[in-house]
Design a protein around this ligand. Sequence first.
Ligand code: DON
Length: 315
Amino acid sequence: MSTPTRPDLHRIVAEIAAEMAAETDRGVVADYIPQLAGVRPDQFGLAVATADGQLIAAGDTGVPFSIQSVSKVFTLALALGRHGNAVWERVGREPSGDPFNSIVQLEHERGRPRNPFINAGAIAVTDAILSHYAPKEALGEILRFIRFLAGDDDVAIDPAVARSEKQSGFRNVALANFMRSYGIVTGQPDKVLGVYFHHCAIAMSVRQLAMAGRFLAFDGRLAPDGRRAVSARMARQINALMLTCGHYDGSGDFAFRVGLPGKSGVGGGILAVAPGRASIGCWSPGLNTIGNSQLASRALERLARRTGWSVFAAR
Ligand code: DON
């Protein structure tokens, strides 16, 4: 029997970064959060944290960017760790097929968001975390958890982005109050939103993001035989949700093209997971019409194709 050849990751990652640098159709930078509107669209970074402990990266690999909705993966893991299955009383596990900030399903479904990755669902998850902590402590806990996962104490919140979103987040204010009226959000909506806006405003580089996602690639551990962050079962469940819901109404297309669990954010970042093999951070600020990074999606499609990584592969 022939052994599968190991992909030459250094070459593949460098080639993809060079290809993306030459792209002219880069999507549009999010501007509904004014502080994000000024981010330069010509940036791109890709980092791959592998099972054997390497971190292979190319492009703008050390530039911190606003992780936005990618933070929802970490808050979900934290909430599940604290509350276990009780989290699922507040939020579902189904793709929404609607935009990330949609309010339409909420009334039909009595204020219970479809999944933890749309804004409403993430706000409900933040509320669950807050039932254990005061807002400042909750934020500290979220940040500590991400720093532990990334093995890097430099991960920080960008206060200007948090302020900017607080001033312009009228849709999220509506979602939080609507869920409060159904008792899905139990705390004060303004306090819950304060924590939500701040965790969305966490800034990380693709290197830090790839490192922070390792627990999803290695069954809940920071390396195949490393420290445990969450149970294997929880890591697998989060991956399942990333595959089905991580790109909002673009989740089906991302699964089709890339074949890996992934979570996007309007800052242009995507965290993708090749179980057993690698955690991948990718970033380019320009978004497609659904709100997912145009070039990061394209780059991940090429990475998956060239490495052969897919959750649907026979081996
Ligand atoms: O609440 C918001 O709208 C942003 N803080 C996060 C949205 C987001 O990243 C959606 N991702 N594609």
